[in-house]
Design a binder for this molecule. Structure first.
Ligand SMILES: NC(=O)C1=CN([C@@H]2O[C@H](COP(=O)(O)OP(=O)(O)OC[C@H]3O[C@@H](n4cnc5c(N)ncnc54)[C@H](O)[C@@H]3O)[C@@H](O)[C@H]2O)C=CC1
Ligand SMILES: O=C(O)C(=O)COP(=O)(O)O
Length: 611
């Protein structure tokens, strides 16, 4: 999907100047709401929520250094069709089996990095990238080899390919299940060694046995379906899986202890996270039925391998079939790998021709989309904002950033900003108004003019938190049609001094408010003064006592200095009382022009603001 320029602006670390057709607005059903209710929307939330859900959306545009084609570094073997797709869009550097040092050396020269499970994309890698790396594409599911927090802090989007290898992984689990139960690998090795050991390799049957699926996600549920086809009783444990989905394929969701204590076979399908690390340990093995058989096609780290070895040696675990290991490749003398009751494969779950073509295409599309600033449906470290929401809010994106920019420039030097309140007035039910993108833009507007940080949707909340900015959002619920998502956005900075007293509200906050008019952002309120000036170019705010002639005087200074006024508005409290002039200027006035404006009799204060 091509995005309108304002949206690219949000998604971009460096805005991509390419234009696309603006996405159509989403029609909303008309609903009635009580008038003018003020609601607290939400305080700031962090965005680094590791998940492999396929429903997350966000994008980050990258512009290659020098403005040319972007460069993509591919560090592990990728399916040919995916590589071809990448090559049509970017310069692709395929460099396999890099050392950590070599990877760090290369990463600052690329806009995107595509990896599988063997490349460790650590904090050091993001640091070495020095801000150029915008997208990490994981051609597969597990993103435990990517430091998501470091990626988020660097504003680097991480995308994965969560669906194309599901069936391959499930089939491999079933292959290991059957091979283990019938000693296929051991018998094969024995026969090849010239032996004929029929009684040694008597196996166990699967039919009628209970298998516990630990992690009932995409792979787990496919394994469950296949196990049912083999005549097994299937139970599953997954604290987050919907009961309905399990029920639909005839699987009972049970507690962790119930699952492991009743199963004859246990198949692992959860992600490796801090809470699943070594979740299978001495304590949990002790709760299992004696003679249980374990299959692990998930991640080696979910099993305490020393404890598994003990359980195999004391007969608690009769057999294990392992595709994944804590350390990959495992040490050559690994006792687990060489154990006679253990069947091993070298992380082959996703290694089918079909799955590799699939993940390569899936990741190539996601990476290209993200580099273009389009939506990444498989982003794992950015908030979920649907394409429809992004399209609908795109006119407000620039407004939000400009209000942030204005507000921060009104702060007097030395007064640290701590509290930012964003007030949206809207007739839309708060549950139907996703403002995270706008909050990110206000943050961008506030932070970027006063720091070297760059802010995008991936890192906005993180940057705000790191800078001690508490961002609160409120909604004033208006009467009227909820078809227009937002009537106005107000940015308030509390407990700061202003270099322009006219911008202070009666409560003492710096306050600016804006609206979108005919698709263009307008400033509509400064402190207590209503104005109406298009937010383009630069802005001059002058405060004076309302009286005839001042507009002419300031206007003629600007004219003399060859400064073009693009918009102008006067706001006053009452005739003859305090007033402000808001003047949009295309160019930036020089010191002399500003001096003359300051010396204009009756101009009590003025400020020049860059938009
Ligand atoms: N060996 C291989 O080549 C492959 C391995 N994998 C691995 O398989 C695993 C599953 O992948 P998908 O099914 O695609 O992911 P998924 O995200 O669809 O499913 C994971 C499920 O685990 C559940 N879960 C999270 N914490 C849990 C806990 N403490 N106990 C039980 N369940 C928990 C989640 O709720 C989710 O339903 C991942 O670890 C992935 O990295 C996936 C593909 C290939
Ligand atoms: O997708 C996953 O989680 C996998 O484990 C597959 O890993 P791979 O891409 O084969 O290195």
């Amino acid at each position: 999907m091509a995005l309108a320029t304002p949206l690219r602006h949000l998604l971009a670390a460096a805005p991509d100047p390419a234009t696309g057709a603006p996405p159509s607005l989403q029609a909303q059903p008309a609903r009635a709401f009580p008038p003018h209710r003020r609601l607290l929307l939400r305080s700031i939330r962090l965005v680094a929520a590791p998940s492999s859900d396929a429903t997350r959306h966000a994008g980050v545009a990258a512009r290659a250094a020098g403005g040319g084609r972007p460069t993509v570094l591919v560090t592990e073997k990728l399916g040919a069709a995916g590589l071809e797709l990448l090559r049509a869009f970017a310069n692709v550097d395929c460099a396999y089996e890099l050392t950590a040092e070599e990877l760090r050396a290369k990463v600052s020269l690329v806009d995107a990095l595509v990896v599988r499970s063997a490349t460790r994309v650590t904090r050091e890698v993001f640091e070495a990238a020095r801000g150029r790396l915008r997208v990490v594409g994981r051609a597969g599911v597990g993103i435990d080899n990517v430091d998501l927090q470091a990626a988020t802090e660097a504003g680097c989007l991480v995308v994965n390919a969560p669906t194309a290898n599901t069936v391959a992984a499930a089939e491999h689990a079933v292959a290991l299940l059957a091979a283990m139960a019938r000693n296929v690998a051991q018998a094969d090795a024995s026969l090849k060694a010239g032996k004929w050991q029929r009684s040694k390799y008597v196996g166990v049957s699967l039919v009628g046995k209970t298998i516990a699926i630990m992690g009932f996600g995409k792979v787990g549920s496919e394994v469950a379906r296949r196990a049912k086809g083999l005549g097994m009783d299937v139970i599953a444990h997954d604290p987050y899986a919907p009961v309905d989905r399990a029920r639909a394929i005839g699987v009972d969701l049970v507690s962790f202890d119930d699952a492991i204590s009743t199963a004859d076979f246990i198949s692992l399908h959860m992600p490796l996270t801090p809470s699943t690390t070594k979740i299978f340990n001495d304590e949990t093995f002790a709760k299992m039925t004696k003679g249980v058989r374990l299959i692990n096609v998930a991640r080696g780290g979910v099993v305490d391998e020393e404890a598994l070895l003990r359980a195999l040696d004391n007969g608690t675990v009769a057999q294990a079939a392992l595709d994944v290991f804590f350390e990959e490749p495992p040490p050559k003398d690994s006792k687990l790998v060489h154990h006679e009751n253990v069947t091993v494969t070298p992380h082959l779950g996703a290694s089918t021709t079909e799955a590799q073509e699939g993940v390569a295409l899936e990741i190539a599309e996601a990476v290209i989309g993200a580099l273009k600033g389009e939506l990444a449906a498989t982003a794992v470290n950015a908030p979920m904002v649907s394409a429809e929401v992004l399209a609908e809010l795109s006119p407000y994106v620039i407004l939000a950033e400009k209000l942030g920019r204005l507000a921060v420039q009104l702060v007097a030097g030395g007064s640290g900003i701590k509290a930012v309140k964003i007030v949206y007035s809207s007739a839309r039910d708060p549950d139907d108004l996703d403002t995270r993108i706008l909050r990110a833009m206000v943050t961008k507007g506030i932070v970027e003019p006063i720091s070297s940080a760059f802010v995008n949707m991936v890192n906005a909340d993180y940057v705000a938190k790191q800078r001690g900015l508490r961002i609160i959002e409120e909604q004033i619920l208006l009467d009227g049609s909820p078809e227009v998502p937002i009537n106005s956005i107000q940015v308030q900075l509390a407990n700061v001094e202003s270099k322009f007293a006219g911008a202070l509200s009666d409560d003492g906050d710096i306050r600016v408010e804006g609206k979108v008019k005919d698709g263009t952002p307008h400033l509509t309120l400064v402190g207590p003064f209503s104005v109406d000036v298009s937010l383009e170019g630069n802005l001059l705010l002058c405060r004076q006592v309302d009286q005839p002639g001042i507009i002419g005087k300031v206007g003629s200074i600007l004219g003399t200095m060859n400064l073009n006024v693009n918009f102008m508005s006067v706001g006053r409290i009452a005739p003859g009382k305090q007033a402000i002039m808001a003047i949009g200027i295309d160019e930036e006035p020089d010191k002399e022009a500003l001096k003359l404006i300051g010396e204009t009799p009756s101009v009590q204060e003025f400020v020049f603001l860059k938009l």
